[in-house]
Design a protein around this ligand. Structure first.
Ligand code: GLN
Length: 320
């Protein structure tokens, strides 16, 4: 596909779905309810570092649950696969992202992409005290994004003061010995990681880094050990879209993760990362326009991982 064609595809999708007003912005975190619901941007970054974007691409928003993917990578680097598996499972759940459920036999949270699993994952992040742990987390994001990142203090404090469900999950996991650190410190770190500010291009660069074996294709910096890419992408594929993950895998067919900010990242391994931002959510907490855009992109570019006639869509092809 020629470069102009991909640009045209993105422009067409933006035009087509700009008028779609289904869904509603997340309100359970009071600060998130203030977002302009009309914001809409799409960005694709190839593993060669080429950037294609349309819409409100400089608009900052908080990363929310998309952070879970990257925190999981850091926990794997800190402790290794075997230990992390003793604390967080890898089973998809048909329940909502904020369900207060642990596996009945192992007492583990089901997977790192739902809130309980993400809180357990974040509790594993190493560091001597809250500041060092936060700095390690921010430094990890910097590697994936390619510039320094900051926590939106209003969103962080808004969620910290209202996040009773998440606090309940942390206490349940403490009861079963699944979290053994200071839970208030780990909850703070979890709320901070969710409140890291990004724009749509940042999302696509982060996605492209995962597509590119862990190396940021723009800065060429390694963000995560390549041996954990398969762990991260597997749980994204099976669990990243919550209780829509099965339908997503069936229809769209690439690893992805959404957040209640209205962002979605999707990864086409060895080819590209996709970022979409549009704050209106469906009942499962996934961006309505984001799901539509990814569905059409997957169809039009033949991105489904199990598509027999799948093109190996490389950025070299974009220039032909
Ligand atoms: N910070 C949000 C929470 O813990 C993240 C949820 C999400 O994006 N799905 O509820």
């Amino acid at each position: 596909m020629a470069q102009e064609n991909l640009e045209a595809v993105l422009n067409d999708l933006h035009c087509k779905y700009k008028s779609l007003q289904d869904g509603a912005v997340a309100k359970y975190i009071p600060e998130l309810a203030k977002v302009n619901p009309e914001l809409f941007s799409i960005c694709v970054v190839t593993v060669d570092g080429e950037v294609y974007q349309v819409g409100d691409d400089k608009q900052l928003f908080t990363i929310q649950s998309i952070s879970k993917v990257f925190a999981y990578g850091l926990a794997l680097e800190d402790h290794g696969r075997d230990y992390v598996l003793t604390r967080v499972g890898v089973e998809p759940t048909g329940d909502a992202f904020n369900a207060i459920i642990l596996d009945e036999q192992s007492n583990r949270p089901l997977n790192p992409m739902v809130n309980a699993g993400a809180i357990a994952t974040t509790s594993l992040i190493k560091g001597n005290g809250a500041t060092e742990r936060l700095n390690r987390m921010l430094n990890m994001f910097r590697g994936y994004i390619g510039h320094d990142v900051f926590v939106d203090i209003s969103v962080f404090t808004s969620e910290r003061s209202t996040g009773h469900r998440n606090r309940a999950m942390a206490h349940l996991m403490l009861n079963f010995g699944m979290i053994d650190r200071n839970i208030e410190e780990s909850l703070d770190l979890y709320f901070q990681q969710c409140a890291v500010m990004v724009n749509c291009q940042d999302l696509a660069v982060m996605a492209a880094t995962l597509a590119n074996k862990g190396i940021n294709p723009v800065t060429k910096e390694r963000a995560v050990n390549s041996s954990y890419i398969k762990d991260i992408l597997s749980v994204m594929y099976t669990c990243g879209m919550y209780n829509f993950a099965g339908e997503w895998a069936y229809k769209i067919g690439i690893p992805a993760k959404s957040g209640v900010c209205g962002g979605i990242i999707a990864i086409v391994p060895n080819q590209m990362g996709i970022g979409v931002f549009s704050p209106r959510l469906d009942a499962r907490g996934n961006s309505v326009r984001g799901v539509k855009v990814c569905e059409e992109l997957s169809q039009q570019l033949g991105l489904h991982l199990f598509e027999c006639s799948r093109n190996n869509f490389k950025s070299g092809d974009l220039c032909n």
